[in-house]
Design a protein around this ligand. Structure first.
Ligand SMILES: [Mg+2]
Length: 233
């Protein structure tokens, strides 16, 4: 982490150093967002005197899985009707501006992003969230959590359309980061995205943030470094 901050400095006349950060599962833990949504569903179920309401209320952010269906199964909620109702209730809310305020920063993430910024890097928040439904909420959440945003040397890059798969989007748009500067580091919680960054910028420090990721991910390239959070020890 110290080396990456040192790489953020660029000499006059050289292209700017760029540090790329994914948001969900990288800079931010979005499980509190899911928890709030499940509690709202539990309220609705309680009003109907549904037998699963109290089980859902007992859910904890730290025991949520990557996929909602897995989280429900861990709680013992497997009735297909409830699962499909929960999935559509969750999907309508999880991928929307309004609920992004519930996300929390990973340990050390704000300080690390600020350290990179203050050392001279351009920060690019390069997310699989889509611009129409999540762009404004993402900007607001970055600002409210204390990440550098809305100032010279920062960018928020979102997908134009939610239907584009994340890795496809990052592989297509990633090479365009050259117009911002020279990528010195990239952080992501998806092994596939980390491998893609390494292919696009072999000289960069590519870092896998080991939180949660899509099941069935490809093996991580062994040149990718692994951290659990952003604390600089
Ligand atoms: Mg992510």
């Amino acid at each position: 982490m110290t080396r990456i901050v040192a790489r953020c400095k660029s000499a006059p006349g050289e292209p700017s150093s760029v540090v790329v950060f994914d948001l969900d599962g990288t800079l931010m833990d979005n499980r509190p967002r899911t928890l709030v949504i499940l509690q709202e569903l539990a309220q609705e179920l309680r009003a109907e005197a549904h037998s699963s309401a109290e089980t859902l209320f007992a859910a904890k952010a730290e025991s949520l899985a990557y996929l909602l269906g897995d989280s429900l199964r861990l709680l013992g909620l497997e009735h297909p009707e409830l699962v499909s109702r929960a999935e559509s209730f969750w999907r309508e809310r999880f991928f929307s501006d309004h609920y992004l305020r519930h996300d929390v920063a990973l340990a050390g993430a704000v300080d690390f992003a600020r350290a990179c910024y203050e050392a001279g890097a351009v920060l690019v928040y390069f997310t699989g969230r889509d611009l129409p439904l999540m762009g404004l909420g993402s900007f607001q959440s970055l600002r409210d959590l204390g990440f550098p945003i809305g100032v010279v040397g920062t960018e928020l890059v979102c997908k134009p359309d939610a239907a584009i798969p994340d890795e496809e989007f990052k592989r297509k748009e990633g090479p365009l980061l050259r117009r911002v500067g020279r990528v010195v580091a990239a952080f992501d919680n998806e092994p596939g995205n980390c491998n893609a960054f390494l292919e696009m910028s072999p000289e960069a420090d590519v870092v896998f943030v080991d939180t949660q990721h899509l099941p069935g991910a490809p093996p991580l390239d062994d040149r990718v470094q692994i951290v659990r959070d952003f604390r600089m020890r």
